[in-house]
Design a protein around this ligand. Structure first.
Ligand code: FMN
Length: 187
């Protein structure tokens, strides 16, 4: 069961979303699984901001406006950035909270957030929804997004797009073999 879930998890993009509803209890189940990731010194560095409803349309406008200032002539990309949030049922903004004492190296905090996101990704998949992690856009400073409460020590790590979609069974994509990625040493 776990093996199947891990292997069949995919990045599902907004173009594939059917714009159905993801009920709040499912969103909470996804976020709940994010709470249980391993983390060094119990810093629990993950912070999430969940955008739904009108906030999604605002996010699309925000991204398009920010992008048009740097690369406005690329109309296709501009359209995609504007429309992707509205095609989604929810977008979770992913942040890493750096504790004041800096008790562990920053890479460990980012790694812990990634483990939390993987928990959420697998839970989203298990519930039958699609999602993917989109890297932070260098042109979009989320601290300018109206209504968001972002602390100085929170670093933005990207967008977790979520949506309903029609899951079809697919062949597994190519991945490196065990031999290519592992060295076994027993002496
Ligand atoms: C930290 C992180 C950032 C990512 N950023 C992007 C992104 O900006 N754009 C994108 O299309 N996919 C992004 N992805 C998704 C990867 O492209 C995807 O996971 C990879 O192609 C493997 O496909 P799979 O998730 O279906 O196995 C990101 C994934 C991770 C883990």
């Amino acid at each position: 069961m776990l093996k199947k879930l891990i292997k069949t998890r995919r990045s599902v993009f907004p173009a594939q979303y059917t714009q159905g509803d993801i009920p709040e209890h499912d969103l909470l189940e996804v976020l709940e699984s994010g709470r249980w990731a391993p983390n060094h010194r119990k810093t629990e560095p993950w912070r999430y901001k969940v955008l739904t409803g009108a906030a999604l349309d605002r996010l699309g406008d925000f991204m398009a406006t920010a992008y048009s200032k740097v690369d406005g002539h690329k109309k296709f990309k501009l359209k995609k950035l504007r429309e992707n949030p509205s095609k989604s049922s929810a977008v979770i903004l992913i942040f890493m909270h750096r504790d004041e004492k800096e008790s562990v190296p920053e890479w460990e905090e980012i790694a812990a957030v990634a483990m939390s996101v993987q928990n959420m990704w697998l839970t989203t998949h298990n519930l039958g929804y699609g999602c993917y992690w989109s890297s932070p856009k260098p042109f979009a400073n989320m601290s300018d997004f109206k209504g968001l409460k972002i602390e100085d020590n929170e670093r933005f790590l990207g967008f977790f797009y979520m949506g309903t979609y029609t899951m079809e069974s697919q062949d597994l994509p190519e991945r490196k073999s065990i031999e290519e990625m592992v060295q076994f040493l027993n002496h």
